[in-house]
Design a protein around this ligand. Structure first.
Ligand code: HEC
Ligand code: HEC
Ligand code: HEC
Ligand code: HEC
Ligand code: HEC
Ligand code: HEC
Length: 349
């Protein structure tokens, strides 16, 4: 046999031996027990401590949020979906005073410790919440979806939704101890008639009509004037002397009256521009300006000038409400006029 063929065969044989040796040397002993797997991995995985603790674990220390969460619609989303794995939260060191450490090491150790025990607080909720709630073809309708650009006006979701119980339920209306006497409300309203009209329809373009307004909203508006959270040179004085019971009776009276639309003299294009812009308002103030939630005001048929003033007051901060503040931020004076013209012109129910 020629020499070079012998060398070649030797080389091939060496490779073969190395390859077979490597297969036996590197293959785990438990490989093949369950088929094409490393059987020891099963026990290793089973022995590893779980990194998720489950929501029940959080109950003892975060009772308030746990209660909101477990009573609300979001209990399908576990705490650790939003806050991250809680395997090491909270650490024992956190409760005990930290052991003395070399000052040069202090900041590094402290940082490491907190890395492990501090859970994430989601900062950008638009990013977090839209993972599950952004409108998408094919996403099951049972998981409620929104068109993000139209829905939130660029705001963080938690301005309006509590992440632990996000459903905006109709807010409770303060209830009187006894059945409310609307006739008593009418008597008390005599003091208000000069400005708000005997039947709740105001004679003045900047004083709001109250007839047919939402009951819960009327009470909260009066409370806000009395507490000083909402200020007006005329109204603040009026609300000072009212008791909680007065407010409830007055609200029941005004809510029971039928409202009369103030109307708008604005040109048709202004009104239709306002109608288009009112799409963002409909979720709270109703498609036709009649709110479905007793705690949120109806706008249909309110005076145009009053509506303009109110929107500008939210812009300047003279009137404060977290929901409205975010929504009016982007409105120009022209937008405000168009919206006011549209709502003032609507028929009220
Ligand atoms: C044994 C009590 C205890 C349990 C159980 C517990 N926490 Fe905490 N949690 C704390 C303490 C104490 C703090 C404040 C520590 C801090 O400021 O870092 C805290 C802080 C937090 C914070 C805010 C973190 C920050 O950076 O301020 C979040 C979020 C949180 N916990 C979520 C959870 C979740 C979710 C669970 C359940 C999986 C849970 N916790 C279970 C005691 C607990
Ligand atoms: C849908 C996501 C989501 C779920 C589910 C959720 N959280 Fe939160 N959590 C948030 C967001 C966003 C914040 C910050 C805004 C706030 O304080 O309301 C927060 C704030 C907190 C804070 C306050 C942190 C601080 O110091 O300000 C605690 C504590 C907390 N959550 C605990 C829990 C517990 C316990 C659960 C489960 C019972 C839970 N969360 C479920 C999103 C969520
Ligand atoms: C992991 C997915 C997930 C994340 C993240 C999430 N949600 Fe949800 N959310 C759901 C599911 C699923 C439901 C429906 C629960 C049901 O109907 O029982 C729901 C329900 C809701 C509802 C009630 C809808 C209705 O029926 O009226 C609102 C509002 C809501 N989520 C807002 C938020 C907000 C705000 C955030 C961010 C802080 C958020 N969600 C984060 C999955 C998620
Ligand atoms: C300015 C306040 C506001 C902000 C900000 C806001 N929402 Fe809403 N959201 C509402 C109102 C009002 C409703 C309507 C409640 C109703 O229809 O009964 C609603 C309803 C929803 C619903 C249920 C929709 C349905 O079809 O029933 C989901 C889901 C939701 N919001 C998610 C979000 C998410 C995600 C964000 C952040 C990107 C967000 N929201 C920001 C006010 C807001
Ligand atoms: C001197 C005139 C005057 C009298 C009298 C008066 N109000 Fe008012 N009221 C106003 C003005 C002006 C406003 C609008 C203030 C503002 O922009 O915040 C107002 C606003 C209100 C609002 C808020 C309406 C809304 O849509 O936000 C309520 C509710 C109200 N008044 C109830 C009453 C009641 C009840 C009485 C009688 C006890 C009364 N007012 C007496 C002038 C008056
Ligand atoms: C997330 C719910 C929500 C949305 C969306 C919303 N509003 Fe409001 N709005 C409220 C609440 C709540 C109040 C009562 C706040 C207060 O007590 O001052 C209010 C009050 C008002 C008032 C004052 C009413 C009065 O009687 O004094 C006007 C005007 C108004 N909104 C206009 C708008 C317009 C215009 C839009 C759309 C660009 C809009 N709102 C969108 C919740 C909302």
């Amino acid at each position: 046999m020629p020499k070079h063929i012998v060398r070649l065969l030797l080389l091939i044989a060496t490779f073969g031996v190395v390859a077979i040796g490597a297969k036996f040397y590197f293959t785990d002993k438990s490989f093949g027990v369950y088929g094409h797997y490393r059987a020891d991995a099963v026990a290793e995985i089973a022995a590893a401590a779980p990194i998720y603790r489950g929501a029940a674990y959080c109950q003892a220390c975060h009772r308030e949020r746990f209660t909101q969460w477990s009573a609300g619609i979001h209990k399908v989303v576990t705490c650790e979906t939003c806050h991250g794995a809680a395997a090491k939260h909270p650490s024992a060191q956190l409760a005990a005073p930290p052991a003395p450490v070399d000052p040069r090491m202090h900041s590094r150790i402290a940082a490491e410790r907190l890395d492990h025990v501090k859970l994430m607080i989601p900062a950008d909720t638009v990013k977090l919440c839209t993972l599950c709630h952004e409108k998408m073809p094919g996403r099951p309708a049972t998981q409620k979806q929104i068109e993000v650009s139209r829905h939130a006006a660029g705001q963080q979701c938690i301005v309006c939704h509590n992440p632990h119980s996000p459903k905006l339920a109709a807010a409770g209306v303060p209830q009187a101890a006894k059945p409310v006497d609307a006739a008593a409300g009418r008597m008390k309203a005599a003091a208000c008639a000069n400005c708000h009209g005997a039947e709740g329809v105001s004679p003045n373009p900047v004083w709001p009509s109250l007839a047919g307004q939402q009951r819960g909203y009327l009470v909260s508006a009066l409370q806000a004037y009395k507490a000083g959270a909402r200020r007006d040179p005329l109204m603040t004085e009026q609300a000072k002397g009212l008791s909680e019971a007065d407010m409830i009776e007055l609200a029941a009276f005004y809510a029971s009256l039928s409202c009369q639309s103030a109307g708008s003299s604005a040109a048709a294009p202004v009104v239709s521009a306002g109608k288009a812009k009112a799409a963002t308002c409909a979720a709270c103030h109703g498609a036709e300006g009649a709110s479905g939630n007793p705690a949120w005001p109806s706008l249909a048929g309110l005076q145009e000038a009053y509506l303009v003033n109110a929107l500008k007051a939210y812009q300047t901060g003279a009137r404060q409400n977290p929901m409205m503040a975010g929504l009016v931020k982007g409105l120009s004076d022209a937008d405000i006029e168009q919206l006011a013209a549209y709502y003032a012109g609507l028929k009220c129910k």
